[in-house]
Design a protein around this ligand. Structure first.
Ligand code: NI
Length: 389
């Protein structure tokens, strides 16, 4: 056999993947700083003779395995970045970089997808198309998917698949749903301008603290009074700042927060309603207020067809299927799904502290089954797309 290195890897696949994950876990890198992670991945792919596409990406990479050149193309995505968190576990492989941690399981995602790449490389000659492996940077910042999309690496891709570790599911279980699994995540800022004055003569000024307080309260009525109770959405004010001493009524106030929605119409409606409330409140006090809107990723949107396929393959692999309600967290995989039909699944990584917690953990036993799962799913997807041609 020509590719002896690959054979050695496949023969000890679980051991190899665990070692790879522990290594990533020890050396976490933040969004857009995944230089060493990318280098390591490139080396791992190179040694198995898996082709890495030549793309203008500072971090992250896309690899490709082709059986039949004329066949369809599918993509599998794993994200590679870590978080600015001080790890509090006792593992021998705990983060060696103070203040950085793989606390969202992206080291697990990366390794599972790498495992699928090894397995599909071994099966290359029997593949009826092409599989692209996206090792995506900067998921935590919410724009890594766009960085991949602008390279054109996904042109011609007929279906896309992605995963997230689920610390509330046992190893051996998997959950997904048709439609949104994660929410659209938008950020907002509100700048309020009143008129500063001495605290003893408020009638000579316009108090932005009072305006801000009314705006915060008014915003809280949008979800409760203007959105159907059957629709999931939230408006959270997470920062409120004004003034810096006790005897001065300040000039300005600042509000920041986030809006989470699952439906497109609700996502469009809420900022309009916010705008109306903010203006109405500010006007009534004679203040000025400006809403600034920073759109993040849309809601994920699992297609009916690919969700059914993902669940079918999961059952064949004896995953226990769990119903998972949509979360109001964000996932930039949604950007891919705006252009390519696909499915995002949650894979049980053993009960642990929540995602982004300093004691979050992933059970290594989840890695190999996930690699096998994406291998089968990729093969199945290629067959389905081939039949449609
Ligand atoms: Ni994550």
């Amino acid at each position: 056999m020509e590719n002896e290195k690959l054979l050695t890897i496949i023969n000890n696949l679980e051991e190899k993947l665990i070692e790879v994950r522990h290594n990533f876990h020890k050396h976490p890198e933040l969004s857009n700083e995944e230089f060493e992670t990318t280098k390591t991945l490139r080396n791992l792919l190179n040694e198995a003779k898996i082709r890495v596409l030549d793309l203008p990406l500072a971090t992250g990479l896309v690899a490709e395995i082709t059986g039949n050149k004329e066949g369809p193309i599918i993509a599998i995505r794993g994200d590679i970045d870590a978080l600015p968190i001080i790890e509090e576990t006792d593992f021998e492989y705990k983060s060696q970089v103070l203040g950085k941690m793989h606390a969202c399981g992206h080291d697990f995602h990366t390794t599972a997808i790498l495992g699928a790449a090894y397995l599909l490389k071994q099966q290359e000659s029997t593949l009826c198309g092409t599989v692209r492996f996206i090792f995506q940077p900067a998921e935590e910042k919410g724009h890594g998917a766009e960085e991949i999309l602008v390279t054109g690496a996904l042109s011609g891709v007929g279906a896309i698949f992605g995963l997230h570790s689920a610390p509330d599911l046992e190893v051996g279980s998997l959950g997904t749903n048709v439609g949104p699994l994660t929410a659209a995540v938008d950020r907002f800022e509100i700048e309020i301008e009143g008129l500063g004055t001495h605290a003893s003569s408020p009638e000579k000024g316009i108090d932005p603290v009072i305006v801000a307080a009314h705006i915060v309260t008014a915003l809280q009525t949008i979800v409760s009074r203007n959105v159907s109770a059957f629709d999931q959405a939230l408006v959270s004010v997470t920062q409120l700042k004004s003034g810096n001493t006790w005897n001065v009524i300040p000039t300005k106030a600042y509000i920041e927060g986030t809006v989470r929605t699952l439906k497109k119409e609700t996502r469009e409606f809420i900022p309009k309603k916010m705008q109306q409330k903010i203006k109405g409140m500010a006007d009534s006090f004679g203040a000025k207020a400006e809403l600034k809107w920073y759109p993040g990723p849309p809601a994920t949107n699992n297609s009916e067809e690919w969700t059914a396929v993902a669940l079918e393959v999961a059952k064949e692999q004896e995953y226990e299927i769990k119903g998972v309600p949509p979360s109001l967290g964000g996932e930039d995989f949604a950007y891919y799904q705006e252009q390519i039909p696909g499915v995002f699944v949650n894979i049980g990584t053993g009960l642990s502290y929540s995602l982004h917690h300093p004691k979050f953990t992933v059970d290594d036993a989840a890695i190999l089954p996930s690699a096998n799962y994406f291998t089968k799913l990729a093969r199945r997807a290629l067959v389905i797309l081939t039949e449609k041609r």
